[in-house]
Design a protein around this ligand. Structure first.
Ligand SMILES: [Zn+2]
Ligand SMILES: [Zn+2]
Length: 286
């Protein structure tokens, strides 16, 4: 299916990506992309995959330089993937993706959500009384607070608890103990008019066969006329538009009628294009 050639969720060598920002811009132009947004991981303590404070400064400078250098060829947008537990991002970003990568157990232990299934299983056992649904609930309670805590406009990989659950070995995702907290978070975020990523990153990594959020969540978003943005969570140039055609089809099968893209006249804002259109449009050549 046709899809807009635009991705806002891109990691570089400033955090855990493989390529430099300029290599990614070159690849994006080669792919005929109209907009490429960068979203380095915001700084967290005890984290080896996020940007250091020094790197964050350099990252911002470089992306802004690239924005000028490639103006007229591609719209380069400066964003950040702002973790719930990071200090405020500050001003000057075109967009903020709010994400939860870490939750805190009642005993105060930080528990990583996507550093491997073994770590998740160990944390549930040792810090959530071996109750996976307590762990699920804590995740969604945290996610629901993203807009207030981070000031984000986009919700990153909603449903991350499903990363290692393609085979349903972690939990049954028809269980109300999953669905209730998930839908509560969804409703809270829909009330705040958040844009949800349809994130193909875990497919590219080989963990999942479908994007986040799950079909059930996506149908709920469709019913409430929530907004969806295709997003590859790319950590290398080859994955900039990974699985977008299939993801667009998946969105359609869940009742989503349109995809959200940056507004060509004002890349910090968004508009919706009908599903099945490539949304080709031209950013203003200022
Ligand atoms: Zn993330
Ligand atoms: Zn990411």
């Amino acid at each position: 299916m046709k899809f807009p050639k635009c991705n806002l969720h891109t990691h570089t060598r400033y955090c855990d990506g493989q390529d430099t920002p300029e290599e990614l811009v070159g690849a994006a132009i080669g792919l005929g992309m109209e907009a490429l947004g960068f979203s380095g991981h915001s700084y967290l303590t005890d984290c080896d995959w996020c940007m250091t404070p020094e790197n964050t400064v350099r990252y911002r400078e470089e992306i802004l330089q690239l924005k000028e250098k490639y103006r007229g060829k591609i719209a380069v947008l400066l964003g950040i993937e702002q973790d719930y537990y990071s200090d405020p991002a500050g001003d000057g970003y075109d967009f903020l993706i709010g994400s939860v990568h870490r939750i805190y157990a009642d005993d105060g232990t930080p528990c990583q959500m996507d550093d491997g299934k073994e770590i998740v299983l160990r944390d549930i056992k040792e810090h959530f009384e071996n109750d996976v649904f307590r762990w699920v609930r804590r995740y969604y309670e945290t996610v629901a607070g993203l807009p207030e805590k981070t000031g984000c406009g986009i919700i990153g990989h909603f449903d991350l608890v499903q990363k290692y659950n393609q085979d349903k070995s972690l939990f049954d995702d028809t269980d109300l103990r999953y669905r209730k907290p998930m839908l509560d978070a969804l409703d809270a975020l829909l009330d705040r008019d958040m844009i949800f990523e349809l994130n193909t990153g875990a497919i590219a990594q080989g963990y999942r066969k479908e994007p986040y959020p799950s079909a059930y969540a996506l149908r709920w978003i469709a019913q409430k006329q929530g907004r969806i943005l295709l997003s590859s969570d790319a950590h290398c140039a080859q994955n900039l538009l990974y699985g977008f055609s299939e993801a667009a089809e998946y969105a359609g099968s869940c009742g989503i009628g349109g995809l959200t893209v940056p507004d060509p006249d004002d890349p910090g804002t968004f508009r919706i294009i009908p599903l099945g259109s490539d949304g080709r449009y031209r950013f203003k050549r200022k």
